[in-house]
Design a protein. Structure first.
Length: 330
């Protein structure tokens, strides 16, 4: 089968090489169609995406993407947001789990974040009212809210999860977040075997850093989902172990949550775990569950052993050395 690979910016090319080597070692049969995208490509060619990449994603239906840089406060919109809206990958799935060998304050984190991926403030509807007043539109629709809540409950049912928690600020945002919460309660009634509750976003952040094990599946509008994804990644050792999947009806795009890390780009120092874990998510969805499980176990065993690991978790190994060590365990 064919799938699109977008290395992206910064460390993207290095960790993309890890994916290709692991894919070959697992005999996945995937034929990668590689395309460039991101700030570095734009600086050289004047456009963000290499011609043909959108058509290729649409035709393949499967893509794996490295980090792409986004300018702060100016310049082009996030490529991630553009791709999610272009292909209507409405569900952003981000599992977060403690790994033996990664020193953190908690050793019992096992959460899944389901983030609505197409609307809210990330819709990017903003404009200047005057030279001194900027306005942004928080767009929440019933259709998207019901769709993402049903996705969360379906996921919980399929994976034996016991509870789904809605994240909101409906005490203040009574119409927008109020609509999201009402949709959540409507959908929850269709899944009586799964516990359902809701938590205000600020209280949730406190509860997550106090007792994360009280949560199971979290479902949230776009902005809140993005924020709590990074918070939860911090509970298990950082973004180096945070994979994600952007899931639509026709297209799925998998990616590491972390950024392009330009300070270590080209130095062969990056931890490829997150993008390899995202690749494992992709393999499972492709029906290659055995290969996905083998890859996840190999990463976990390598990290737990703590010998050939990258600097972000206390080691001295290069990206290549860590990748080769993982492959040796497959």
């Amino acid at each position: 089968m064919k799938a699109v690979l977008i290395p992206g910016d910064g460390i993207g090319r290095e960790i993309a090489e890890s994916v290709k080597k692991v894919s070959q070692a697992l005999n996945t049969g995937i034929e990668w169609q590689e395309y460039a995208a991101g700030a570095e490509y734009a600086a050289e060619h004047g456009e963000l995406l290499q011609p043909g990449v959108l058509d290729a994603i649409g035709q393949c239906g499967w893509a794996l993407k490295g980090p792409t840089a986004t300018p702060i406060g100016k310049g082009f919109r996030s490529i991630n947001v553009q791709l999610r809206q272009r292909f209507n990958t409405y569900a952003n799935l981000r599992p977060v789990r403690s790994l033996p060998g990664v020193a953190t304050r908690f050793d019992n984190v096992d959460l899944v974040i389901v983030r609505e991926n197409t609307e809210d403030l990330y819709k990017g509807i903003e404009y200047m009212l005057t030279d001194d007043i900027a306005n942004g539109i928080k767009l929440i629709t019933r259709e998207a809210s019901i769709r993402i809540c049903r996705f969360a409950f379906d996921y919980a049912r399929r994976h034996g999860r016991k509870k789904v928690t809605a994240v909101h600020k409906a005490n203040i945002m009574k119409l927008t977040d109020g609509l999201f919460l009402n949709c959540f309660r409507q959908v929850a009634a269709e899944y009586p075997e799964i516990e359902a509750n809701d938590v205000i976003i600020d209280a949730l952040c406190m509860k997550l850093v106090q007792k994360p094990e009280q949560f199971d599946v979290l479902v949230a509008p776009n902005l809140y989902g993005d924020i709590i994804s990074d918070l939860c990644a911090g509970l298990v050792g950082g973004l180096g172990f945070a994979p994600s999947a952007n899931i639509g009806d026709k297209v799925r795009i998998y990616e590491a949550v972390h950024g392009s890390a330009p300070d270590i780009a080209g130095k062969n120092l990056a931890n490829p775990s997150a993008i390899l874990m995202a690749f494992a998510m992709m393999l499972k969805d492709l029906g290659q569950a055995d290969s996905a499980d083998r890859l996840n176990r190999a990463i976990q065993a390598q990290v737990a052993e703590g010998k050939v690991v990258t600097a972000d978790i206390g080691g001295t190994a290069t990206t290549t050395e860590f990748t080769d060590a993982v492959i040796a365990r497959l």
